[in-house]
Design a binder for this molecule. Structure first.
Ligand SMILES: Cc1cc2nc3c(=O)[nH]c(=O)nc-3n(C[C@H](O)[C@H](O)[C@H](O)COP(=O)(O)OP(=O)(O)OC[C@H]3O[C@@H](n4cnc5c(N)ncnc54)[C@H](O)[C@@H]3O)c2cc1C
Length: 425
């Protein structure tokens, strides 16, 4: 394992029996001379101190935000472990980069609570740190009376949780976005925006390191076991080298791999099944039409996504997506040509002048889900799944984050506060 600060603790042993002993001795001695001093915060026993106070597994937007928050805690040390060579190369860089308003997730869910709080925190941070973002607003369109009722419901719910939304007249809609077609109604969400997720993660990474945190790239967590100091984490590098490290607390923020990691620690009765919902995106290579507002179809009851919508990046380039395709393999990121025609029909329903020949397959992201239910909480047995962010009972200092799908990017700073609260309040 090599941390960004130049520390390395590669341990290669041929005999598994000797392995743990050697690794324990080597890593403790080696790290002892390298890490900054810190106070232990959990143990009141006389067992030796762990190498780190906190280990966060996974350097996506959420893991980075958590690690940065924990690194602020005086007298502690934090290590962030990532299997790839840079931050945010999985789901955190394969999404719509939308700062969500928080109007889809029901009155009592963690998704609502953390999205509302995270949205405010994210806008504030972006302003303060000059992270590229734009409060470009979003429209949700109704093409028939049934969808209009759906928008009425969304509007009432938004009001009940204090999130502003308002209907705009069809004439105003035509004036502001002449290329966008809505037959029945347009609901505007003025607090929705977009963010450059790469700049955001680059900021989190450098801020984490400036707070004294350590980052280990090319380091895959392969096993975790409980030991007297807390947890012993076993890792491998791409060239097959093994290492081990101890920590008082462990935060599982491994995204698509979080459920398998959790199942490897918790007893079988507490195992959960992961579901993977791939979403494909389509780029658009023509300059026209080019709306400036995010355009979403009305949500379809029971659907696992929000419909093939129109978003844009900070350069104004528009893209369409994501759709929903259930896959078994969390590495299956191929964009399926066969889905293009259905996506084009959906896009053309709200953007009639789109040039179908200029819509190209782009990239895909996979939502780590805990079920196949609806992305929108309707309160009537729709199978909506909330974020799972828990301190695991019987596993002191183990915080588990499962099903961190949308709106995880928006919620990331608030999730970090919550994890900090679970550990220290
Ligand atoms: C199609 C799509 C669209 C989305 N759109 C939006 C949106 O517009 N707005 C929004 O707010 N949210 C959106 N989301 C959700 C958002 O992208 C995620 O919630 C967020 O990126 C999750 O971040 P993360 O850090 O939890 O996971 P990830 O980004 O997946 O990071 C997990 C990291 O853990 C690492 N890892 C895994 N296992 C190990 C291991 N054993 N050892 C070491 N490292 C490991 C991985 O390499 C990875 O880098 C969308 C998601 C998808 C799929």
């Amino acid at each position: 394992m090599s941390t960004r600060h130049g520390r390395s603790l590669y341990v290669m042993v041929a005999w598994p029996g000797l392995y743990l002993l050697l690794v324990e001795m080597f890593s403790r001695t080696f790290l002892g001379s390298l890490t900054k001093p810190y106070c232990r915060t959990f143990s009141i026993t006389s067992t030796p101190a762990a190498d780190y106070t906190h280990v966060v597994v996974g350097a996506g937007a959420v893991g980075l935000a958590i690690a940065r928050k924990l690194a602020e805690k005086d007298g502690t040390s934090t290590l962030l472990i990532e299997r790839h060579g840079s931050v945010g190369t999985e789901t955190s860089s394969r999404n719509s980069e939308v700062i969500h308003a928080g109007i889809y997730y029901g009155p009592t869910s963690l998704k609502t609570e953390l999205c509302l709080r995270g949205k405010r925190m994210l806008y504030d941070l972006c302003e303060k740190e000059r992270i590229p973002h734009r409060n470009c607003k979003k429209w949700i369109l109704a093409q028939n009376t049934q969808q209009h009722e759906q928008l009425d419901k969304t509007h009432r719910f938004a009001k009940s949780i204090g999130v502003p939304t308002h209907f705009i007249s069809l004439a105003e809609a035509r004036h502001r976005e002449p290329d966008v077609y809505a037959e029945n109604a347009v609901l505007e969400s003025p607090t929705t925006g977009i963010i450059d997720s790469h700049s955001y993660m680059a900021f989190l990474e450098s801020d984490f390191e400036s707070k004294g945190g350590d980052l280990a790239f090319h380091t895959r967590v392969v096993a975790i076991e409980t030991v007297s100091q807390g947890y012993s984490i076993h890792t491998t590098s791409p060239s097959g080298e093994s290492a081990s490290i101890t920590t008082e607390t462990i935060i599982n923020s491994a995204g698509l791999a979080a459920v398998p990691l959790s199942n490897s620690i918790l007893p079988p009765a507490r195992h959960v099944k992961p579901y993977y919902a791939k979403g494909s995106y389509y780029s658009y290579s023509r300059g026209h039409p080019r709306p400036k507002t995010l355009i979403y179809p009305a949500p379809t009851k029971g659907a696992a996504g929000l419909g093939t919508h129109l978003t844009m990046d900070m350069t104004g380039a528009i893209r369409f997506g994501p759709d929903v395709e259930w896959v078994e393999d969390p590495n299956d990121l191929s964009v399926n040509e066969e889905r293009l025609s259905a996506a084009l029909d959906e896009i053309q329903s709200y953007l009639p002048s789109v040039d179908r020949d200029k819509v190209m397959l782009d990239y895909a992201g996979i939502r780590p889900k805990l079920g196949k239910g609806s992305a929108v909480a309707s309160g009537d047995g729709d199978g909506f799944s909330d974020f799972y962010i828990k301190k695991e009972e019987g596993f002191e200092g183990f915080i588990n984050l499962l099903g961190i799908e949308s709106p995880g990017l928006t919620s990331s700073l608030a999730i970090a506060d919550r994890v900090h609260g679970l550990l220290y309040q």
